[in-house]
Every structure is written in structure tokens, then in C-alpha cells.
Design a protein. Structure first.
Length: 64
């Protein structure tokens, strides 16, 4: 896991929170929700390979 991944996740979090605040104050709550959902899906897309690797390592660890 790279440090750059942590910085990318932080950047997405900051960007999504700012966009959500702007959209909520302009009366577009539905778009704010979709923006936060898109940010969550993007971060999960980045993390899925690492989670898969973790489960494979645990599986290999407990094999007989």
C-alpha cells in the first residue's frame, strides 16, 4: 500500500465534502447525495485490490 493512495483518498474526501456543502446550500440535496456516493464508490474501487490481497494472505496463512 502506497502513501500516495492515502493522499488520493484524502483528496477525494476533501473534494467531495466541499462539493456536498456547496450543493446542499444551493438546494440540490439529491446531487449532493449522488456526489458523496460517487466518491465512496471511487475509493472502494481503489481499495478492493488491497482487500482481496489481504484475504488471500490470510487464507494462505491458515492453509493446512
Amino acid at each position: 500500500m502506497n502513501v500516495s493512495l492515502v493522499f488520493r483518498i484524502a483528496a477525494v474526501g476533501i473534494l467531495v465534502s466541499v462539493l456536498c456543502q456547496v450543493l446542499k446550500h444551493s438546494g440540490r440535496e439529491e446531487n449532493a447525495f449522488l456526489t458523496s456516493l460517487a466518491g465512496l464508490l471511487l475509493v472502494l474501487y481503489w481499495l478492493v485490490p488491497y482487500i482481496y490481497e489481504l484475504f488471500e494472505t490470510v487464507k494462505k496463512l491458515f492453509e493446512l
